[in-house]
Design a protein around this ligand. Structure first.
Ligand SMILES: Cc1ncc(C[n+]2csc(CCOP(=O)(O)OP(=O)(O)O)c2C)c(N)n1
Ligand SMILES: [Mg+2]
Length: 298
């Protein structure tokens, strides 16, 4: 129960952090656009619970806030970064998609992170650190050929890399059926990589499947391909949404917060939510008051 409460708190905080980002965007307080992870939180929270921020390495993409918060819990640094403020993770110069802190890296160029995560897995293997290199990619990113070169080398060289495909069924506005032929899971299996696929928004089930995947990598140092079927409630980025509203409503019945929240007592859930709201309010106030990023040196 303590674990479920902790998962709920992390997911709820990520959800409210991003809803707040959308509000701040509307007020003109963000620098650049933002891609929210609203609806997909159980993936980041369930999986990243198994990783050690001091040893393991994560590579994320344009939709990186949930992964970042689950790995670092650095909400102030992230908010300042997205607001173009000096205390941001990257001094307010990287923005929403380009975060670098400790063993966390994200990049908005689709596919670019996959060979880098594979190369880091090779480096960590050679150093004998026991680290797992995890890379999160979307269904649409499976259109990037470098993904398959990476899977091939990871399998040939038995590299400790976890490929996580978050299939939210859309690449921008293109449904997955119009972007990808064949099966997603078969793409990993075709390279002889151990593969698992989940179709759930239940954080406990994701936690358990991710635990098995990460234990396998730690035991064998071989790669693993994990497909998480999921859904985002928010638009791709800002206001670019052509999905049927009825489809979104139907998926809301499987909101990961509803599923996990229903297992908690009402008073415990309310206390968690109040704690998150207080923390968020403090962070927003501090980030708003923080100085803007320093201009480039001449
Ligand atoms: C190389 C490259 N091409 C195009 C884009 C523009 N772009 C940003 S996100 C996106 C769709 C990505 O879809 P998916 O991989 O399924 O991730 P999701 O947005 O669904 O999380 C596109 C085409 C980009 N960032 N990089
Ligand atoms: Mg997608």
């Amino acid at each position: 129960m303590a674990q479920l409460a902790a998962f709920y708190e992390r997911m709820f905080f990520i959800r409210r952090f991003e809803e707040t980002l959308l509000d701040l965007f509307s007020l003109g307080k963000l620098v650049g656009t933002t891609h929210t992870y609203i609806g997909q939180e159980a993936n980041a929270v369930g999986l990243i619970d198994h990783l050690d921020p001091d040893r393991d390495v994560i590579f994320s993409n344009h939709r990186c806030h949930g992964h970042y918060l689950a790995f670092t819990d650095d909400a102030f640094g992230l908010l300042c970064e997205v607001m173009g403020k000096a205390p941001g993770v990257c001094g307010g110069k990287g923005g929403s998609q380009h975060l670098c802190k400790g063993n966390f890296y994200s990049n908005g160029v689709l596919g670019s992170i996959v060979p880098v995560a594979t190369g880091i897995a090779l480096a960590e293997k050679k150093k004998g650190t026991g680290a797992v290199s995890t890379v999160f990619l979307g269904d649409g990113t499976l259109g990037e050929g470098v993904t398959y070169e990476s899977l091939n080398m990871a399998s040939l060289w038995q590299l400790p890399v976890l490929f996580v495909v978050e299939n939210n069924h859309y690449a921008q506005s293109t449904p997955v059926e119009l972007e990808l032929a064949g099966s997603i899971a078969a793409r990993g299996a075709a390279f002889g990589v151990e593969t698992a696929e989940l179709d759930t928004t239940d954080v406990d089930l994701i936690h358990s499947a991710a635990g098995q995947a990460i234990s396998r990598i730690r035991e064998t140092s071989a790669p693993y391909f994990l497909v998480l079927n999921t859904y985002r409630f928010s638009p791709h980025s800002k206001s670019d949404d052509q999905r049927d509203p009825a489809e979104i409503e139907e998926r809301r019945t499987r909101d990961p917060l509803l599923i996990a929240g229903a297992r908690l007592a009402d008073d415990e859930r309310s206390a968690i939510e109040a704690r998150c709201e207080d923390r968020l309010a403090e962070i927003v106030e501090a980030a708003d008051a923080a100085p803007a990023a320093a201009p480039e040196a001449a």
